[in-house]
Structure formats: structure tokens, C-alpha cells
Design a protein around this ligand. Structure first.
Ligand SMILES: NC(=O)c1ccc[n+]([C@@H]2O[C@H](COP(=O)([O-])OP(=O)(O)OC[C@H]3O[C@@H](n4cnc5c(N)ncnc54)[C@H](O)[C@@H]3O)[C@@H](O)[C@H]2O)c1
Length: 340
């Protein structure tokens, strides 16, 4: 049997724990060797005691200086991504990094140059591409089943807003929440966004407005291939985590709807009812997190560059910045206006 690929994980917060769980349970050809965070909760410490071959550390150098570790999963806070990507590739390690790479375009570009020069691979965690429904829809678009894409519609609504302290440092809804949708729009349209017209308001919580952000947003996109897009976001869909997608083209239409945990519908004299949709992103996209890491490791094993890569990460940030500018200046903004 081939030797297992040894990997390190940095960050054990909400998303880091999902990756950790997948790394320990889902991949027989991968060994999670070192897990780094500035602090560990008791559950993690207990888990480390029973997980053979996995160490906890507060020092990221234990990953970077370990010649056995071939790849690093970065799931720490956004402001640490650039530093860890740079260190990892300098130590000849491949990187899987959570989105966004950073919120500053120059910093992202400099980092991508370092990655390119190193010859190491960087994959960005736009996990929704690996959701089985959205992935299938993309394959059908790509194979021409609905002809030339003309309208891309994305509904992306959270069940409830994050704490106001989170909002204050999030970078705003377009960078924090819509970032996944910018990537999804490009992925499904098979084209780059050329222009964007964004609008929004704080309709849910006035505190979000006072923090200088919005909680409800609409964006109209124009793609280079002539297609148009419409994205709607809300920080509060009271019925759950509402994630839908539609691609309308010259030969037909593809729709990926919300999936409940079961398909049973109850018919009575009053109404027809089905079960509720998942409430949180960790439930809704659970499968996609395992799929994206599996794909990353497959690429490493086959020596092919993974996607979405650093350029995809940069493009999503550029669209977000154009959306911010459009909202502020109340006009359509071309991506070229924010791409230095
Ligand atoms: N792909 C997705 O669906 C998705 C979902 C949520 C978050 N994210 C992204 O993942 C990243 C983490 O988000 P989260 O919600 O898990 O945050 P979190 O605050 O729950 O966890 C962040 C973790 O990073 C650790 N950390 C911070 N600085 C560190 C350092 N210097 N060294 C080591 N560890 C450090 C913190 O102690 C914490 O455990 C963010 O970039 C976020 O945008 C992606």
C-alpha cells in the first residue's frame, strides 16, 4: 500500500472542525499529522489523546518545518491566510486555504506571485462548487444541455444574522457573504463578470446599518459572454438556509432547488406540507466540504493543479469590491474599475 499523505491543519474554529472531522474519518490515504491553533477546547484535547499520529500545537512552525508534511489546510481567521499561504509554499507545501484569501487586492496579487514562483498548488475553499446539486448543474451547463447560458439566478439567504461584533469586522456583506455567490455565478455562467450593479439596505437589524453594513442585497451582473445574472442575499430567511440556483439558456433551463432531509409531502384538507430545509450552512453543505478536500488530494496525487485556485479567489474579491463601489456610487461598475 502507498504511504499516506501527511497533512497539517491550521485553525480549529467552526470550519476548521469540519475539515478536521473529514480528515480523520473520510480519507484512508491521508494522515492528519499536526493541528495548530492559538487555543484548543477540551473536546479537541480529548480527541487528540485518542487519535493516533495526530498532535496538537500552538506553533505553526511545527507544520512548516516538518519535511513529512506535504500539504496544509488553512482554516484560521481570514487575516492570517496570506501569512500562512506564504510560509507554506516557501516550505514547499501545497495549500488548501479557506475563502477569502484576503480582502486587499495588492496583498492577494503579491501572494499569488509567491505561490506561482514556488511551483506549489493553491486551492481556495469555494466549497459550493462541490455541492452535488450545483456540481451536477455545472456539468450540464458545460456539456451544452441548456444551450448558451443567458440568465443565472442565485438565491443565497442565511437563516439569521451573525453577531454584530462579527459584522463589524466582516468586511461587509459583499465580501463576507456574497463571496461564495460571486464565485458560483462565474462557475455556472462559464464566463467572467464584466459589470455589476448592486443595491441593498439594512432591513433586518438597524444595528447592522449603524455598523455601516447592509443585511439585504441584490446584484445584477453582466458577463463577458453576454449572459446576465441576478443574485439576492438576505441575512435572515426565517424558514432556514435558502440556497437555490437557476441557469436559463437558449435550449432550456436548469434548476437546483433546496433539498430537505427527506422528500415526504403531507396532504391534508388544510395544506400540502413537506419537511423544512436545513437551517445552517454546516448542515446544508456538509457533503461539499468532504468533496472539496477529496478533490484537492486527488489533484496532488495525480500531479494536476486544483480548481478553484488563487486566481478564482482573486476574481471573487474583485467582484465584491466592484459591488461595494456600485452600491456606494449608485451606478453600474465595471470590474476593470477596481482591478489595478
Ligand atoms: N467555506 C465556507 O463555507 C466557510 C464557512 C465559514 C468560514 N469560512 C472561512 O474560514 C475561515 C475561518 O472561519 P471560522 O468561521 O471557522 O472562524 P472561527 O473564528 O470559528 O475560527 C478561526 C480559528 O482560527 C484560529 N486562529 C486565529 N488566528 C490564528 C493563528 N495565528 N494561528 C492559528 N490559529 C489561529 C482561532 O483561534 C480559531 O480557532 C475564515 O476565513 C472564513 O471566511 C469558510
Amino acid at each position: 500500500m502507498n504511504e499516506k499523505i501527511k497533512v497539517g491543519l491550521i485553525g480549529t474554529g467552526r470550519i476548521g472542525k469540519i475539515h478536521l472531522d473529514n480528515l480523520l474519518k473520510k480519507f484512508t490515504d491521508i494522515q492528519l499529522k499536526t493541528v495548530v491553533d492559538i487555543k484548543f477546547d477540551d473536546d479537541l484535547k480529548k480527541l487528540a489523546q485518542v487519535s493516533k499520529g495526530m498532535d496538537l500545537s500552538n506553533d505553526s512552525e511545527e507544520i512548516f518545518e516538518d519535511p513529512e508534511i506535504k500539504a496544509v489546510i488553512v482554516a484560521s481567521s481570514t487575516d492570517t491566510h496570506v501569512k500562512f499561504i506564504t510560509e507554506a509554499v516557501t516550505h514547499h507545501k501545497h495549500i488548501f486555504c479557506e475563502k477569502p484569501i484576503d480582502v486587499n487586492v495588492d496583498r492577494i496579487k503579491n501572494t499569488l506571485k509567491v505561490v506561482q514562483d514556488s511551483g506549489m498548488n493553491l486551492m481556495i475553499g469555494f466549497n459550493r462548487r462541490f455541492d452535488p446539486n450545483f456540481d451536477r448543474l455545472h456539468e450540464l451547463v458545460k456539456s451544452g444541455h441548456v444551450g448558451i447560458p443567458q440568465i443565472i439566478k442565485i438565491t443565497s439567504r442565511d437563516p439569521s444574522p451573525p453577531p454584530i461584533e462579527y459584522i463589524k469586522v466582516s468586511g461587509g456583506i459583499f465580501l463576507d457573504m456574497t463571496i461564495h455567490d460571486w464565485d458560483m455565478a462565474r462557475f455556472q455562467a462559464l464566463s467572467e463578470v464584466e459589470e455589476i450593479f448592486a443595491n441593498g439596505a439594512a432591513l433586518i437589524d438597524p444595528e447592522i446599518g449603524k455598523a455601516g453594513d447592509i443585511d439585504t442585497a441584490i446584484a445584477v451582473l453582466k458577463f463577458e459572454n453576454g449572459a446576465m445574472g441576478l443574485i439576492d442575499n438576505s441575512r435572515q430567511a426565517v424558514y432556514g438556509y435558502d440556497q437555490r440556483l437557476e441557469v436559463f439558456g437558449s435550449k432550456g433551463c436548469l434548476i437546483a432547488d433546496n433539498a430537505a432531509s427527506n422528500t415526504v409531502r403531507m396532504y391534508t384538507t388544510e395544506c400540502i406540507q413537506s419537511d423544512k430545509i436545513p437551517y445552517f450552512f454546516l448542515d446544508r453543505y456538509l457533503q461539499s466540504y468532504a468533496n472539496e478536500l477529496r478533490y484537492f488530494f486527488d489533484c496532488l496525487q495525480q500531479g494536476k493543479p486544483p480548481k478553484p485556485d488563487g486566481e478564482d479567489g482573486l476574481k471573487a474579491v474583485l467582484i465584491a469590491l466592484a459591488a461595494q463601489k456600485s452600491f456606494k456610487e449608485k451606478r453600474p461598475v465595471k470590474i476593470s474599475e477596481v482591478a489595478p
